[in-house]
Ligand binder design. Structure first.
Ligand SMILES: [Zn+2]
Length: 424
């Protein structure tokens, strides 16, 4: 492993993560409709504390990390009874050489109890989702002092429980600006590998949910897919393959269980806001949930403790999730960007395959690799080094396998693969 990445993983500190989860729970409730200006209780106090923490990390970045409160007024909707300010707290570490290429990681700092409109009862939200915010803050702290090639964004979003409003606004702002977001990860309910339900704990597994057919697919894109396949080759699937390849390392102490669906039954998270805008996105979450500990009033009923309490969190587990995120984000941001404009020549019928793509602009770009697999295989099976070229012809029928193209830099960092589209 790259020595800098090893150092990053060593610096991720479970005690700091514990302090963050405990601090966020101490605000009583972080419900989106709770107080915006009480200094000790409610979402406003949590917002200001997160801003202060991120700002302290940014001070050590030599001006490369900036922190903002991104606020807007959410109009009345089914879970918002009066127009309500919602604020995302965002730290951006600008890349040194590819600043326009962006990778985003989020956790949501709002919380809830049984009644989604109840903004006064205690809602500690330790697992859902102080754990995810703690991952985001710890990544921001450890990476603030480092030089990244591409831009990294660390965002604590709000309004998730009321309808993904914070991330929806964030993703739309990026879309409006034409931002080149090449991957986004939501860390939501990453607090423990122990469901506390009598089943064996699974402390070294985290799930990564990645959709197949893109949520943003247009009718034209659907038509191409129906004709030649590709249900398993959307940009988020390729991101899932990338994470599985780079992140299963002994240094993280964590295995990724990739799940080929957008999210769990009946549930969602902030990655969906990015998927809706056509950005590759995925969700990390713990291996098995205890639904008595999520979205519940804190109480004891028939001897069973309900509520999303700090006591149920495993801070070593959250630290491992943070290390896994660090490997994924750092590997993405130091590698070349995912190849663009990748097409498979379909101007004539042949038994060979010609691929073309738009050359990347990274100064340390070494070239490209073509990947392929049987159409029935889940993961890449073959790789061909194509060199620093923008087209390659392979003596394999495009009808019989699925192809992908990825970029490689001089240090051997590889991008996620891009699936070719038909040229005509
Ligand atoms: Zn959540």
């Amino acid at each position: 492993m790259d020595p800098e990445l090893s150092a990053i993983l060593r610096e991720i500190d479970q005690h700091r993560i514990q302090a963050t989860v405990e601090k966020l729970a101490s605000f009583g409730t972080r419900h989106t409709l709770s107080s915006q200006d009480d200094p000790v209780r409610g979402i406003g106090a949590a917002r200001d504390w997160i801003f202060q923490e991120l700002s302290a990390y940014a001070e050590k970045s030599g001006g490369r990390m900036t922190v903002e409160k991104q606020s807007f007024i959410q109009p009345v909707s089914s879970r918002i009874p009066v127009p309500t300010p919602i604020t995302n707290v965002i730290a951006t570490l600008t890349g040194d050489t590819s600043p326009a290429r962006i990778y985003v990681v989020t956790g949501h700092y709002d919380s809830r109890v049984t009644d989604v409109m109840d903004f006064t009862s205690d809602a500690p939200g330790a697992d859902d989702d102080a754990s995810g915010v703690a991952v985001v803050l710890e990544l921001a702290r450890v990476l603030a002092t480092r030089h990244s090639e591409a831009t990294l964004v660390f965002a604590a979003v709000a309004g998730e429980e009321q309808g993904l409003y914070g991330s929806d606004y964030l993703a739309q702002q990026y879309k409006n600006a034409g931002a080149d977001i090449q991957a986004m990860f939501s860390n939501d309910i990453v607090g423990t590998g122990d469901a506390h339900d009598g089943t064996a704990a699974d402390p070294h597994t985290v799930r990564l949910f990645v959709e197949g057919v893109p949520t943003s697919e247009t009718p034209d894109q659907a038509s191409v897919r129906k004709s030649v396949g590709g249900e398993n080759d959307g940009p988020s699937r390729q991101l899932g393959r990338f994470v599985a390849e780079v992140a299963q390392r002994p240094q993280t102490g964590m295995d990724v269980r990739v799940i080929w669906r957008r999210d769990r039954y009946l549930r969602g998270s902030d990655h969906i806001s990015f998927l809706l805008r056509g950005y590759p996105a995925a969700r990390f979450t713990e291996p098995r949930e205890n639904f008595a500990h999520e979205h519940q009033n804190t109480r004891v009923e028939n001897g069973v403790q309900f509520g999303d309490l700090v006591d149920f969190c495993d801070f070593g587990y959250i630290a491992r999730v943070a290390r896994l995120n660090a490997v994924a984000l750092w590997s993405l941001a130091q590698a070349p960007g995912t190849p663009k404009g990748v097409v498979i020549d379909t101007t004539q019928l042949t038994n060979s395959t010609t691929l073309r793509w738009t050359p990347g602009t990274e100064a340390d770009l070494a070239g490209y690799e073509v990947l392929w697999r049987e159409t029935t295989a889940p993961d890449w099976e073959h790789v061909l080094t194509a060199g620093n070229v923008a087209t390659v012809t392979i003596d394999l029928s495009k009808d019989n396998v699925f192809f992908g193209v990825r970029a490689v830099d001089r240090e051997g960092n590889r991008s996620p693969a891009a699936s070719p589209q038909p040229s005509s």
